[in-house]
Design a protein. Structure first.
Lengths: 274, 341
């Protein structure tokens, strides 16, 4: 009798301890900005699936895909038998996430907005969920160091414009985008700060805005036929940026997302703004 | 039992029986398979028996996710097919279907408007989608009836679809990032939103309207002869037309609000059934209910298993698989005319 009682007390306790201590080993990530940090924390081998936006680093491309993180398939995620799902706060639809939770899946939503505070919070949350707090602190310290170093560099205030071309008209980054946040960190002013999100911009609009500096994503520059073609493009040719040769092609994720490499992004922008 | 009816088409009862059996098999297969593997042998236990704690997850997936989704796709497919048959008879036009004349996009415009302009929940969005589909149907009808033949309706459909698409475009431009996420869904169509709550509301609602429309087979048959002939046969056409149009909008609008635009089913399923059975609406309507349910159940099943664990948009599957199949049937040269047998 005594023994059974002891076992009855012990079992839940052991289970609780076991659950608390077992590191999640089958992790599904939803959102490229989350995936990048998991790899930066050195925890990439614990991932069993990612989503279509998980394209960095190269190892993430080899993960099985469960679709796009904004239309998450419930069964698809469950089929990967995850013991942890790390979802960007932009993942959805909300109903799918609700249902994953209802099925007993451990789902953690992490901060993912275009600000540097959100980046730090994201790293901290992911490190906590992966039970790798030391790596998290190390990464945050490293990013902070890099950002401080980059911000200490002399900056040249310029009126800048960020362009993006996804098979169609040029799109320009507005005030609530990650690109805008990166510009501000580099001491630059976004000429379209009053615009919301990414919107198409016309050749005339480009000429009217008269930016001193144009940043175009590398993939867009390539699609347009190289930086020289961009420079000679309608509208762009008439800007101070083209005249003073201040057009920069920048890695897509560096300028369009605010990830752990933000220090490098600031450095590149400052160098080009001189 | 005769296999061929007088008109040279297949006899209706055996065809209905076979279709119903196919639907049952397809529904079973769709329930039994998906991204998560559930062995056949454990199905009955999961459905009716005591669920061992280890299988709670499988039980939940089966009951809470797959079953409502399969049922909802069957209901939606039936509704789209019957809407197609009814419109084809009503407009006396083999091209009529909810998508072509703008009902689907009208509903989408209503829904998108509600998403962007209000922050209302499902009921607001569904009501707006219904109003949009109703407005589009009436417009299509008003313009279409001013011209003889297919031209008027087709032009009306093009105009309505253009207006609705540009309206959606403008609203998309105005939408915030969060709202945009809700909007993308409308362009693709998906049955992933199906759950018991929507099914409990929309299932009986759809059934009632399906029964109502199936009972209208006499007037639909009469319309095949011509509008004047139908009137001479004693049908009060203006009021019948209005009733049918409202019924179609009531049928399709709320479903589209949940699933987004799913094309193709409403156009092709009626034609396939007509090739088999001829154009007697007494049999054409119930056969379309079953065939529509069968088609969408299969399509949704394919969309779930083809690229598992990811999912294909259902609209892609219906047109990708159904389109070439329809082509093949047409090339075989069998008559798919409105008059059928």
């Amino acid at each position: 009798m005594r023994r059974t009682c002891f076992a009855a007390w012990c079992l839940p306790l052991m289970l609780a301890l076991g659950v608390a201590q077992a590191k999640p080993q089958r992790v599904v990530v939803l959102g490229g900005s989350v995936t990048e940090i998991v790899y930066d924390l050195g925890q990439g081998e614990r991932l069993v699936a990612g989503d279509d936006s998980s394209i960095y680093p190269a190892a993430a491309l080899k993960l099985p895909r469960v679709g796009y993180y904004r239309s998450v398939p419930v069964e698809g995620v469950v089929a990967m038998k995850p013991d942890l799902v790390l979802a960007s706060e932009n993942a959805g639809p909300p109903k799918a996430l609700e249902r994953l939770r209802a099925l007993g899946i451990d789902l953690e939503v992490v901060s993912d907005s275009p600000s540097i505070e959100s980046l730090y919070r994201r790293i901290e949350q992911i490190a906590r969920e992966l039970q790798a707090p030391e790596e998290g602190e190390k990464l945050i310290a490293q990013v902070r160091r890099e950002v401080q170093a980059a911000q200490a560099l002399p900056s040249t205030p310029r009126r800048a414009l960020v362009l993006l071309n996804r098979t169609g008209p040029m799109m320009a980054a507005g005030g609530d985008t990650a690109a805008n946040a990166v510009l501000r960190l580099a001491g630059l002013e976004n000429v379209l700060a009053s615009q919301k999100g990414y919107k198409p911009i016309s050749a005339e609009g480009l000429a009217t805005l008269q930016p001193d500096m144009i940043i175009i994503s590398a993939a867009s520059a390539k699609a347009a036929g190289g930086i020289d073609k961009v420079k000679a493009g309608a509208g762009i040719a008439a800007t101070p940026a083209a005249r003073e040769n201040r057009i920069l092609a920048m890695d897509d994720l560096l300028i369009l997302g605010l990830g752990p490499r933000v220090g490098l992004a600031i450095e590149q922008l400052k160098a080009a703004a001189k | 039992m005769r296999l061929l009816s007088d008109s040279g088409k297949l006899a209706p009862q055996p065809v209905l029986t076979v279709l119903t059996c196919c639907l049952a098999v397809a529904a079973l297969a769709a329930t039994a398979s998906g991204a998560v593997f559930i062995p056949w042998t454990s199905m009955p236990g999961l459905l009716w028996g005591d669920v061992p704690p280890g299988d709670a997850l499988l039980h939940n997936i089966l009951i809470e996710i797959r079953l409502p989704r399969v049922l909802f796709s069957a209901v939606t497919g039936a509704a789209l097919a019957v809407a197609g048959v009814t419109m084809q008879a009503l407009f006396r036009n083999p091209l009529a279907e909810p998508g072509l004349v703008g009902i689907t996009l009208g509903a989408a415009l209503g829904a998108v408007f509600a998403i962007v302009m209000t922050s209302g929940g499902f009921l607001v969005v569904a009501t707006a989608a219904f109003l949009g589909s109703l407005a589009a149907t009436f417009l299509a009808y008003a313009v279409g009836s001013r011209y003889r033949g297919a031209a008027g309706l087709l032009l009306a459909g093009i105009a309505i679809n253009t207006v609705a698409a540009s309206g959606i475009g403008i609203l998309t431009y105005l939408a915030s990032d969060v709202q945009l996420r809700d909007l993308t869904f409308w362009n693709l169509g998906s049955l992933a939103g199906a759950d018991w709550r929507t099914l409990v509301w929309l299932g009986p609602w759809t059934m009632l309207l399906l029964i109502y429309l199936c009972r209208q087979w006499r007037v639909l048959n009469a319309l095949l002869l011509g509008e004047r002939e139908a009137a001479h046969l004693g049908f009060a056409l203006p009021s019948v037309r209005r009733r049918l149009i409202v019924a179609i909008a009531l049928l399709v609008g709320p479903l589209v609000a949940v699933t987004g635009g799913i094309g193709f089913v409403g156009l092709v399923v009626p034609h396939l059934v007509r090739m088999l059975l001829g154009a007697h609406h007494r049999y054409l309507m119930p056969a379309s209910v079953v065939a529509g349910a069968l088609t969408l159940t299969l399509a949704d099943w394919l969309s779930r298993v083809m690229v598992s664990p990811a999912e294909l948009p259902i609209g892609l599957v219906t047109s990708l698989v159904g389109g070439p199949f329809f082509f093949w049937l047409l090339l075989r040269g069998r008559s798919a005319s409105m008059q059928g047998g």
